[in-house]
Design a protein around this ligand. Structure first.
Ligand code: G3H
Ligand code: ZN
Length: 286
């Protein structure tokens, strides 16, 4: 059934487990994510990024409505999240399109501008019943260094700055820079678990890991144990989908019906989702 992100996050925090969130580009992604989460028996978040909306001609509703239908039919609680929104007009469309949460990404702005834009986005979100996630990377200025988005390689979020940012903006969840970076096709990232623990102690809202595709299983499990809650995974699905489609096309070079090869890609994504959802949402052993 369709669930609300805020409820799923609260339940995950209470149970000290993670909440897996997967990025949707096509209908096959949404179907694979629901199928994989059902196999794992875990709640899940379907998230559509501003870039995915752009891919669909800038129209939000076709994919959002499809995801809402998939979520309602799913046998596990499934929430809809609008991801990496930079365009305020897109944020304004989220409540009417069935989303219960959004990530407002002003991390490319200077710290002062990020703070002001994010506070305004949080006000809008709260008036419209949306849960708002924001991002804080390396704050520039102090040592002459420019600001770095949270998932630029080398960026790290300072716990005190993170706590101050949450207090000043009123956001409900915070994406932090702890060693991952977006769009990795190898799982070679190492996370700073000591920093995650300090951030979890300092910041009163759930912490979010972006760029989780590049993080190995053991590191992901340790990150959840240390205090990360929402685990965003995108590229790992595409790294399964594309080779499966390529293999299916190579096996039947004369085939023209896309259902044959798209089904193989969808199955491959569902397997990755089942594995990662179970890993992230498992209860701690103790
Ligand atoms: O917001 C989405 C995630 O950060 C996905 O990152 O594609 O590197 O797994 P990824
Ligand atoms: Zn991200």
């Amino acid at each position: 059934p369709l669930a609300r992100t805020a409820d799923l996050l609260a339940e995950a925090v209470e149970a000290r487990r993670g909440l897996p969130a997967f990025n949707v580009i096509t209908l096959e992604h949404a179907e694979a994510i629901a199928a994989g989460a059902e196999l794992a028996g875990t709640p899940v978040v379907l998230q559509i990024s501003q870039n995915a909306v752009a891919y669909h001609g800038g129209r939000l509703l076709p994919l959002a409505r499809a995801c809402a239908e998939v979520a309602e039919a799913a046998r596990v609680p499934t929430a809809l999240h609008l991801d990496h929104v930079e365009d305020v007009e897109l944020l304004r469309a989220a409540p009417g399109a069935g989303f219960s949460s959004a990530m407002f990404d002003a991390s490319h702005l200077s710290h002062a501008d990020n703070l002001q834009a994010t506070a305004e986005a949080a006000d809008f979100a709260h008036w419209h019943g949306l849960h708002l996630e924001a991002e804080l990377g390396r704050v520039g200025g102090k040592d002459g260094a420019p600001p770095l988005p949270a998932h630029a390689p080398g960026a790290r979020t300072d716990p005190q700055e993170a706590a101050d940012f949450v207090a000043a903006t009123g956001v409900d969840a915070l994406a932090v820079a702890v060693g991952s970076s977006h769009a990795m096709t190898s799982r070679t990232a190492t996370l700073d678990h000591e920093l995650i623990a300090r951030l979890a102690a300092a910041v009163p809202v759930p912490l979010v890991l972006h760029g989780s595709s590049g993080v190995p299983d053991e590191e992901l499990a340790a990150a959840v144990t240390a205090g990360l809650v929402k685990i965003n995974i995108g590229t790992a699905l595409n790294s399964a989908f594309t080779p499966a489609v390529r293999a299916a096309l190579a096996a039947k070079p004369d085939a023209v019906d896309p259902r044959g090869y798209l089904a193989r890609g969808r199955e491959a994504m569902a397997g990755v989702v089942a594995h990662l959802a179970l890993l992230v949402a498992s209860l701690p052993a103790d």
